[in-house]
Ligand binder design. Structure first.
Ligand SMILES: *[C@@H]1O[C@H](CO)[C@@H](O)[C@H](O)[C@H]1NC(C)=O
Ligand SMILES: *[C@@H]1O[C@H](CO)[C@@H](O)[C@H](O)[C@H]1NC(C)=O
Ligand SMILES: *[C@@H]1O[C@H](CO)[C@@H](O)[C@H](O)[C@H]1NC(C)=O
Ligand SMILES: *[C@@H]1O[C@H](CO)[C@@H](O)[C@H](O)[C@H]1NC(C)=O
Ligand SMILES: *[C@@H]1O[C@H](CO)[C@@H](O)[C@H](O)[C@H]1NC(C)=O
Ligand SMILES: *[C@@H]1O[C@H](CO)[C@@H](O)[C@H](O)[C@H]1NC(C)=O
Ligand SMILES: *[C@@H]1O[C@H](CO)[C@@H](O)[C@H](O)[C@H]1NC(C)=O
Ligand SMILES: *[C@@H]1O[C@H](CO)[C@@H](O)[C@H](O)[C@H]1NC(C)=O
Length: 504
């Protein structure tokens, strides 16, 4: 109304021009009770609104402007991936949703090392995350990998859906004899779902980590031995009348991130094994902490029998409930025409693509912000000189850093909230999150209940179900590519109370 007198559009444009550089470049947040505006319709996994890449992997239909603001999600494809080169990876600053052209999308630092994929966390950075371009809606995923090491350094292999269902393996670098298994339903924090699995040194040895995700149960299997089984029927939530069980199409994510960053919450740092040591042996020797991925195998299972299937190309949510009943299978295209587009208009841009302001005014690529103890620097810190790759050929290997960000005139927004300089909103939104796709529960165990059992792999073939301990709401949003911190239970609860379950 304010501007209605003459030309609302011009007025808005003027307003935008005047305000944008400083304010609008800031983030518009989204979360429970707070949907994104039409101009920036997509709610990213970090709880920020934007267009372009915001509408691809991680776009949460629950909090976006409309359920179909998010682009359709590429359907599951069977694949056995190895990394003789990095051709199967594309940076998130280039990827527009064509999963047939690239198997993985990444942000951060990826290298090739003796035929393996190396994901790195250079000194003072937030590390790296790679995610499959296509989704899995029940299936079996095997990853042969070696974790990073050192206190404060976290490696994760997870399945992560756009409504933030999550199935995790997490490696805390201070305990190389343990891998943590965990799960989340729609990002709801639950302190009691974590269970440890014991195994031989995860940094020194290759292990095969499998997630067998069925409609009725999930098994975490290490080197062929079942380390944990979670039955869906053990996750029934009488309050909601639903099963708090991961059930929506998920991408496979692999990441390395600094859980022990000084600016993270104390509970996070403690969970991560202590403050990160930027002078770690690996950083001294190679310039980064790292994890190695030898292979990723994806076997797709049939979608639920009740699923409406009117095609074979993509998954879509048809309502904001975010349960498996909200998902249908369609022939709808998954590719955006440009970073000015969204699921609402896949090919011509939400805003006029001829207008320079469209690109600069609306965030289009959630980025990974670099962190340093003194504040954020940028991804331009990208290693242009190739560091020596462990076991590799002296650094002559292919390498990719996320250079994306440094230059483009477009606002490449900050989806990560690791640094102290980030906005409050992002910080809140992510405060209970972990990063790189891993939501982590801090081990500030305040709670009753059987926190978990440790099953020793070689001996134990089995299992228990997590499911019975539910806890306070809080929020958890994992994220790709950016690091955020899981916080301590107390802090998370506080955050939840203060922000009124913003993200839920
Ligand atoms: C992946 O490898 C398994 C055996 O290891 C094989 O059964 C399966 O067909 C392969 N999948 C693809 C897509 O090649
Ligand atoms: C849960 O499902 C499993 C496997 O179907 C079954 O063995 C178990 O008895 C069920 N438990 C309950 C409490 O229904
Ligand atoms: C990492 O960066 C910090 C801050 O610039 C510096 O003090 C430290 O020496 C660096 N570590 C290594 C191993 O170069
Ligand atoms: C969403 O969930 C609510 C509560 O479970 C249910 O009443 C409603 O029918 C669901 N909506 C749709 C469209 O399925
Ligand atoms: C990430 O976004 C923030 C704010 O939008 C920007 O200041 C920063 O330069 C970006 N980082 C990179 C690496 O481009
Ligand atoms: C916790 O463990 C005790 C002893 O092992 C067992 O009796 C009890 O049923 C368990 N509680 C839950 C919620 O699993
Ligand atoms: C899992 O192991 C870590 C140490 O690596 C420990 O801090 C944590 O409490 C354990 N979690 C459970 C549930 O036992
Ligand atoms: C059960 O569902 C309700 C409503 O979604 C949620 O607020 C609560 O956290 C869940 N309970 C547990 C124990 O997770």
């Amino acid at each position: 109304m304010l501007w209605s007198a003459s030309s609302p559009i011009a007025a808005v444009a003027l307003f935008a021009l005047a305000v944008l550089p400083s304010a609008l470049a800031q983030t518009v947040t989204c979360g429970s009770g707070q949907l994104c505006p039409e101009s920036a319709p997509c709610c990213s996994q970090y709880g920020e609104c934007g267009i372009g890449a915001y509408c691809l992997g991680g776009c949460n239909p629950k909090y976006s402007f409309a359920v179909d603001s998010c682009a359709p999600q590429p359907i599951c494809v069977n694949g056995n991936y190895t990394f003789p080169n990095l051709n199967s990876l594309e940076p998130n600053t280039k990827y527009l949703g064509d999963s047939s052209q690239t198997s993985f999308v990444y942000s951060g630092y990826t290298y090739q090392s003796n035929g393996d994929l190396l994901i790195a966390m250079p000194n003072q950075t937030t590390g790296t995350v790679i995610a499959t371009s296509s989704y899995v809606w029940y299936g079996k995923v095997d990853v042969v990998m070696k974790s990073s090491r050192g206190q404060g350094v976290v490696t994760a292999f997870i399945l992560f859906s756009d409504v933030q269902d999550e199935i995790d393996y997490e490696f805390v670098g201070s305990d190389l004899g343990t891998v943590q298994s965990n799960f989340y339903y729609q990002g709801i924090l639950d302190w009691f779902n974590e269970q440890n699995i014991s195994l031989s040194d995860t940094y020194a040895n290759w292990h095969t980590y499998t997630v067998d995700w069925q409609e009725d149960y999930i098994q975490w299997i290490v080197d062929g031995q079942v380390g944990r089984t979670l039955y869906k029927n053990s996750t029934y939530n009488a309050t909601s009348g639903e099963y708090d069980f991961p059930q929506t199409p998920s991408r496979v994510q692999l990441s390395i991130w600094p859980g022990g960053l000084a600016s993270n919450a104390p509970g996070t740092i403690a969970w991560a094994g202590g403050l990160i040591d930027w002078d770690s042996p690996d950083i001294q020797q190679y310039g980064y902490d790292y994890a190695l991925i030898q292979s990723v195998n994806v076997e797709c299972y049939s979608p639920p029998s009740f699923a409406t299937q009117s095609g074979g190309k993509s998954y879509r949510y048809v309502n904001r409930n975010g349960t498996q009943e909200s998902v249908i299978i369609t022939d709808d295209d998954t590719v955006l025409g440009s970073f000015d587009d969204s699921g609402l208009d896949m090919s011509s841009g939400i805003l006029s693509s001829t207008s320079a302001t469209s690109a600069t005014s609306t965030q289009s690529i959630p980025n990974v912000s670099m962190v340093s103890s003194s504040g954020a620097s940028t991804a331009s810190a990208t290693t242009t000189s190739v560091p020596t790759v462990p076991g590799g050929n002296g650094g002559a290997d292919l390498q990719r850093g996320d250079s994306s960000s440094s230059s483009s005139s477009q606002s490449i927004p900050d989806a990560s909230m690791v640094s102290e300089s980030t906005t409050q909103s992002s910080t809140q939104a992510s405060s209970t999150t972990s990063s790189s796709g891993a939501i982590t529960t801090p081990s500030t165990g305040s709670g009753t209940g059987n926190r978990s059992t440790t099953s020793s792999l070689p001996s134990a073939a089995s299992t228990s179900s997590g499911g019975s301990g539910f806890s306070q709401g809080g929020s958890a949003s994992a994220n790709a590519g950016a690091v955020v911190s899981p916080t301590s239970g107390a802090l998370a609860l506080l955050v939840a109370l203060i922000f009124g379950f913003l993200i839920l």
